[in-house]
Design a protein around this ligand. Structure first.
Ligand SMILES: CC(C)(COP(=O)(O)OP(=O)(O)OC[C@H]1O[C@@H](n2cnc3c(N)ncnc32)[C@H](O)[C@@H]1OP(=O)(O)O)[C@@H](O)C(=O)NCCC(=O)NCCS
Length: 184
């Protein structure tokens, strides 16, 4: 896969999140680039304001779980992987089975723009499609997050529709299995 820089591809690893990652996730919630990715409210001082990370991590299941990206052993980012058809909050509403939905955010500002996100996404997407039943992956960046749209398009995601998730206006993107396999 040539989408991410080879150095990041070699130095970045995903591992399951554990409750001891909660403090890190809380700290990253205060990073301006994370806040901007999560809300259009210019006065917000924290991202994922309602998240009790320790509880969220304890509540993980096969249909909703978190991954931590490490660069040379240093935690630098987080991902959530869900089965949007089966996960119990039904965040995605009525949606077809056999999809995965991903979310990604890098924590430390010095991790941005160095290929780490692409390396994390590549590994997560490969893992999702390793399940032969998974047909496509969906994501829901804020409609205002043009940087993220560019990042996702480079990975092969295509914009699908604008959609409100609660108060958030998002631009849903989708990556088809065939598109990913053609690029791999
Ligand atoms: C989106 C994100 C995961 C991309 O990871 P990354 O390691 O910075 O990205 P890469 O180095 O692999 O690729 C760089 C691209 O990421 C995009 N990007 C998105 N947010 C960025 C940021 N705050 N700083 C730098 N690049 C950013 C840019 O499009 C950039 O491409 P460009 O060179 O055309 O400007 C990461 O920037 C991030 O965590 N941003 C904040 C949270 C977020 O927006 N998450 C997605 C919301 S669903």
């Amino acid at each position: 896969m040539s989408l991410s820089r080879p150095d990041a591809m070699n130095s970045v690893r995903l591992r399951p999140a554990t409750p001891t990652d909660a403090a890190l996730l809380h700290a990253w919630d205060r990073e301006p680039h994370v806040i901007r990715a999560v809300t259009d409210d210019p006065t917000a001082e924290e991202a994922f304001i309602d998240a009790d990370w320790e509880q969220e991590i304890r509540d993980q299941s096969a249909v909703s779980y978190f991954l931590i990206g490490e660069e040379n052993g240093r935690p630098v980012g987080a991902m959530q992987v869900i089965d949007p058809h089966l996960e119990p909050t039904h965040y995605w509403g009525g949606i077809e089975p056999n999809l995965r939905a991903l979310d990604i955010w890098l924590g430390p500002a010095d991790a941005l723009g160095r290929g780490i996100g692409a390396a994390m996404m590549t590994q997560a997407i490969d893992a999702c499609f390793a399940d032969a039943e998974v047909t496509a992956i969906v994501i829901d960046p804020l409609a205002s997050n043009a940087d993220a749209h560019r990042f996702y398009r480079r990975l092969g995601f295509r914009p699908l529709e604008r959609r409100l998730f609660g108060p958030d206006e998002c631009l849903v993107h989708r990556l088809e299995r065939a598109e990913w396999e053609a690029r791999s």
